[in-house]
Each structure stands twice: as C-alpha cells, then as structure tokens.
Design a protein around this ligand. Structure first.
Ligand code: AMP
Ligand code: GLY
Length: 426
C-alpha cells in the first residue's frame, strides 16, 4: 500500500514511523510533515487544510489509504471529499467529526445516548449565561467552554462565579475565539483523576488501544498552565481492564450506536477524555482523532501491522482482523518544548545532539515542531520533540527516555522531569 499521512506533529511522525514498519505498506508520504517525517517518509508541501490539493495529490500518486492526523481537516470534511472521489481514508466524516467540532452537539448526543457526563447548559446570550451562574446556589465551580474548535484553548476551568462570568464575557461578548465561541457550554466542574481511552472504530466494531496517560499541565507536579500535552506513558495502572470494559460499555458502545442511529456512522479513532469521579467515569470531551502525545507512547508498543489496522478501520471490517499484538514493555514519551511555550516562543534555533539521542537503546525521537533549514534542523513550534523510549519496566523506560533527552540541546529547550511518575505507588 501507498499511504499519505496528513499533518505535521509528533503524532503524525509516530504514525509515519510505524506505518514504515508495516509489512503491508510500501511507501509513505506526509503532508506537510516536519523534519522528522522527512527522514522516515517523503514530505509533500501541501497544508493539512488544503483539501483539494491533498485529494489531487492522492489521486495522482494512486494513494491506497490516506490517514488524517489532526481534527481541523476532519471537521472541515476532508473524509467526505475523499469518499466522494472513491479514495480510501482513515477518519470520520464531517457529520461524525462534529463530536469534536461542536461541544454542544457532543453534550446533547451524550444526553440522548445516556452517556455519563457533567451536567450542562448551552448559551448564546451573555446576560442569560451570567444569570444562570448567579442563580446557581451551593457551588462556585464551573467550566465554561467555547462550542467550536479553539486549538485546546477554549476551555476555562473556574473556581469562582467571577471567573465564570469573566470567561462568558470573553467568549460571548469579546468573541475571543471568533465563531468558535458564538455558543458556550457551561458545565459543572468534576473532580477526580483524568484519563483517556482511545479506540479504533469502523462503524460497528470497537477496538480499544492500549491505554496511555497524558500530562497536560506545563510543569512538574501538574502545575502551571494547560498545554497540548507535555508527555505520556503506556500502559497506565490507573486504567485497568475492568475500567476499559466499563468505558466501552457505558461510553463507547452507546456513543457509536447513537451516531449510527442518527445517520453519522463513525469510522476512525474515537478518543474519550474522562474524569474518574466518585460516581464512576464521566466524559469530559470527545476527540475524533488520535491523541498527541498519547500516540507516540502507544505506537511505540504496537507490534501488529498499523497499515492493515487502519485500512480495516476505513473499510469497516475490523472484525476480520486477528487480535492486535502489543509489546508488553512500557513506554514513556517526554515532550521537549521551546522557551516560552505554551505562550509565545522564538523559532529557528538549531537542534544539536539528535544523532547521539538516536544511539540510546530502545529510544526514538519523534519530531513535532521542527523544520529543516539547509543542513540544520531548527525548532518551528512550541512542542518540538517527543522523545520516546521502551524499558523492561516503567522506571527503565523513563530512564531511557531521559537519557535521550539529555543528548539534545537547543537554546531554550526544556521539558518536564516527572513524566510517568503519576503511575508510581499504584
Ligand atoms: P476538554 O477540551 O473539554 O477536554 O477540556 C480541557 C480540559 O479541561 C480537560 O482535559 C479537563 O482537565 C478540563 N475539564 C473539561 N471539562 C471539565 C469538567 N466538567 N470538570 C472538570 N474539568 C474539566
Ligand atoms: N493529548 C491531548 C489531545 O491530543 O487532545
């Protein structure tokens, strides 16, 4: 198979790298890719959102399967355009991708399907939203969310009514997120530990992947601002087989069934972000794609043919595949970031030590925000690398990952030092 991977982050580099090892795959392209995907595949200079040009390229190159990494092209309908042209593609259609594209749609669908989630109300009018907050007694704890895609920044977790009112004003009056915040969802704030479960779904069959846990806060001990994810490890002792079974039964099955019933069959990767509350797991959000950096940690452990798995998902015959094989060894992915991230940062700093890092046993450096300039690889994003390693146990996987991290330097490079420590003591 010839495969085109769409996207340019660490997740896409991990997908490209694993597909290259798949016996069913002969050639991999990545559009637009980064300096790392350029080493493991052929980069194609087309933006992930330029659907017409992506389709033209896939047709001209006779691509057998296109794999879409990020949510933006999915929500924009890339899958629909490819299917109309009779091209195979991994990911949900525009109607199914609304599960991530509109938080209102997701919450209302969960209500119809009886999927456990936080209580919520939807508002388009700021005055009404504010009086809802004012009138709520016995609680100061709310979460205010922009309805549409806001690159992970459209969620404000509040500890007081004033914070909630301010978030409402920013979204509905100041339109800080543009069209994405013409509607807001106000939820009760849930307490508990956060986990995510990812599954390949082919419309009917649900295949959960090995569990991974993200680290969303910028700094050690889960302090500092929220980020896209500063590291991940897999498997995680928090997500037991019993919990996976429970989430499949209470969340994934009813969601997939409800989508199908409403004429929006889901194919691709369904990602449930969950809070483990006293009353059991509740859904915080759905994503309609693989997680980043969870994918780096999870694919490091995949032994089966990823090309076959993705093709079967796209074709709707996951049930015909043999069971998926995983490396029992744990993996740890440490994100190295630019100075200033998740705020502003400078680009164009040359990276050193990538060759040395590549010598560390059982380690792989996935590129996220990198670019090749002449002979040099420079930083080109906030999250720059996902340094990922395996080990006989979690402590060893962590050691290998940080050994590789130590080899790599650029002006302002930093990372969390405690990735996977959450698992300790469990
Ligand atoms: P989302 O993009 O909806 O997952 O929200 C981003 C982050 O906000 C989540 O990863 C949680 O940490 C937090 N969050 C979202 N909804 C809630 C909620 N109802 N209660 C507590 N925290 C939440
Ligand atoms: N790691 C969180 C996400 O991919 O949305």
């Amino acid at each position: 198979m010839k495969i085109l991977v769409v996207g340019n982050g660490g997740r896409e580099h991990a997908i490209v790298w694993k597909l290259k090892q798949s016996p069913s795959v002969t050639q991999v392209f990545c559009a637009p890719g980064n300096a790392g995907t350029g080493l493991d595949a052929t980069n194609v200079d087309i933006k992930a959102t330029d659907i017409p040009r992506l389709l033209k390229f896939a047709q001209a190159e006779k691509i057998d399967l296109t794999v879409v990494g990020p949510e933006v092209p999915l929500v924009a309908g890339i899958v629909d355009e490819f299917l109309k042209a009779d091209m195979k593609i991994f990911g949900p259609t525009k109607k199914a991708a609304e599960l991530e594209g509109s938080k209102t749609f997701a919450k209302e669908l969960m209500k119809r399907a009886n999927v456990p989630t936080a209580e919520f109300r939807v508002f388009t009018n700021a005055a009404e939203a504010i009086s809802y907050i004012d009138e709520k007694e016995h609680t100061e704890r709310f979460v205010v969310k922009a309805d549409g895609l806001a690159a992970g920044k459209g969620v404000v977790v509040c500890s007081s009514k004033e914070e909630a009112r301010e978030a409402i004003r920013r979204m509905l009056l100041k339109k800080e997120f543009g069209d994405a915040s013409t509607r807001v969802v106000i939820e009760e704030r849930l307490e508990g530990e956060e986990v995510s479960l990812l599954a390949f779904v082919d419309g009917k069959t649900i295949l959960p992947l090995e569990a991974a846990q993200d680290h969303k806060a910028a700094f050690d001990g889960d302090t500092g601002p929220n980020t896209g994810g500063m590291g991940a490890y897999s498997p995680t002792p928090i997500i037991t087989q019993d919990l996976i079974d429970l989430v499949v039964e209470k969340v994934l099955v009813p969601t997939v069934h409800q989508l199908k019933k409403e004429g929006r069959p889901f194919r691709g990767c369904l990602y449930a972000g969950l809070m483990l509350t006293n009353q059991g797991p509740k859904v915080l959000e759905f994503n309609v794609r693989m997680g980043d950096p969870e994918t780096q940690a999870v694919l490091m452990r995949l032994k089966s043919d990823l090309g076959q798995l993705m093709l079967a998902t796209a074709e709707g015959n996951l049930d015909s595949l043999e069971s998926v094989e995983w490396d029992p060894r744990p993996s740890v992915c440490v994100v190295m970031a630019s100075a200033g991230y998740p705020g502003d940062y400078e680009k164009g700093k040359p990276l050193r030590g990538l060759e040395e890092a590549a010598q560390v046993p059982d380690a792989k450096v996935f590129h996220a925000g990198t670019m090749k300039v002449g002979d040099q690889i420079v930083n080109d994003g906030g999250r720059v690398l996902g340094v990922t390693a395996l080990g006989d146990n979690l402590a060893e996987a962590k050691l290998h990952a940080y050994q590789a991290v130590k080899c790599i330097r650029w002006d302002g490079a930093w990372c969390r030092k405690d990735i996977s420590d959450k698992a300790a003591g469990r």
